[in-house]
Write a protein that binds this ligand. Structure first.
Ligand SMILES: *Cc1c(COP(=O)(O)O)cnc(C)c1O
Length: 386
């Protein structure tokens, strides 16, 4: 616990849980498949500075980010010679730096490949590439029409390039509704593999799977998996968890969140029956209601869509958010909880006693809520490893 906190909430990271999640993920993939820890979005809100050393202690040797700013934060945090892969945008002016660090990066179009080659020649350093191919997500990636141009460059400039990977990304592997689309992507990826084999071009690793791919498509594990959300102890969506448990005939979620997000009661108030609580008329007290105000709101990443929906823990019990989530505070219903005092701990995510708030337990929300809520946790919240 920090002595004098200047923030109205803080994040605790449970290193042991991370190790357990990593061990669980390893049981799902072949031993020869590398596990890359995806730490984009400030390590899904957990903090790159904290997550990298924790993950390294859990045996992770490969990390994935989206851009150069994250790569720099990775570099500051890493104390081993872990490998880094940049999956997204790199401005041309930053290519020198990326090559000098020996970081791997995605090539998602030919112009970027040409820039990388120029840079490699200029510096006399091989560019470590992962060729991202288009298989149907239609976001980034090189498609079949560009294969001849790509192949020519890869062959003629081979001495400047290290072909670390051939990869693609699945467009919604977490949902059975996308089954057919994913199936087509898998077939299309196999065609690229065959094409490059026939061309005599070899890649060190083939990789396709994110968390949902790891869980649902073992045939996509290949040589490396890029895992984000599972590491942190969350499921891509509820459907993936339910399907997984059903398949194994198990009941208990094998993952536990690494992160807890905590705050304290700011003030307590009694509201009479018939009064509205908070802005507008979204919550009407239909009985005498006792509320506690918690100094967390959407400015701190507690999304407004949790108005009248969110759940938090206080005195070990689960209670609801009532009224709209404001910019800097929200109200929770403590009518049934005895003796709530100013300063009492409120858990927004994580454990208190035997109860746990998972982001998924917030209810019927968008499947992206886990990701979005985590990624929006402000960088300036203190993050404490326990
Ligand atoms: C975010 C991302 C991942 C990891 O996704 P999770 O669902 O969190 O495992 C993997 N690959 C790419 C290209 C990504 O953008």
């Amino acid at each position: 616990m920090l002595e004098a906190r200047t923030t109205s909430s803080f994040i605790e990271l449970d290193e042991r849980q991370l190790h357990e999640n990593v061990d669980f993920i390893r049981t799902l993939i072949p031993e020869s498949t590398a596990l890359s820890a995806v730490i984009k979005g400030n390590a899904y809100g957990h903090g790159i500075a904290q997550m990298v050393p924790m993950a390294e202690r859990a045996g992770i040797e490969h990390f994935s980010v989206y851009g150069v700013e994250e790569a720099k934060r990775f570099q500051e945090a890493s104390s081993r010679d872990s490998q880094l892969m940049i999956m997204g945008y790199i401005d041309k002016v930053n290519l020198d730096w990326v090559l000098e660090q020996s970081y791997e990066f995605f090539i998602y179009d030919l112009l970027q490949l040409k820039n990388a080659i120029d840079c490699a020649k200029k510096l006399g350093i091989k560019a470590k590439l992962h060729i991202e191919v288009e298989t149907g997500m239609n976001r980034t990636g090189i498609d079949e029409k560009q294969l001849v141009g790509l192949t020519n460059l890869l062959k003629s400039e081979a001495e400047h390039l290290q072909l670390c990977g051939l990869c693609t990304h699945l467009a919604g592997a977490e949902s059975i509704a996308n089954y057919y689309r994913i199936k087509k992507q898998k077939i299309r990826f196999s065609r690229y593999l065959k094409y490059f084999k026939n061309q005599g071009i070899q890649f060190e690793r083939r990789h396709v799977a994110c968390s949902a791919g790891v869980i649902r498509f073992p045939e996509c594990h290949y040589d490396l998996v890029r895992v984000g959300i599972l590491l942190y102890g969350f499921w891509p969506n509820q459907e993936t968890l339910i399907e997984f448990l059903g398949r194994r005939n198990e009941k208990d979620d094998p993952l536990t969140s690494v992160l807890s997000w905590k705050s304290n009661v700011m003030t307590v108030k009694e509201v009479e029956r018939g009064e509205y609580i908070g802005y507008g008329t979204s919550f009407l007290a239909n009985k005498a209601t006792r509320i506690a105000i918690v100094p967390v709101g959407y400015a701190y990443g507690y999304t407004r869509s949790l108005s009248n929906q969110g759940r938090v823990l206080i005195h070990g019990q689960r209670v609801g958010v009532i009224g709209t989530v404001n910019m800097n505070m929200m109200a929770i219903d403590i009518t049934e909880i005895e003796n709530v005092q100013v300063g009492d701990e409120v858990v927004l995510i994580g454990f208190q006693g035997k109860n746990r708030i998972t982001v998924a337990s917030f209810g019927e929300m968008s499947s992206q809520l886990n990701y979005e809520l985590l990624a929006r946790l402000p960088q300036n919240l203190p993050r404490i490893i326990t």
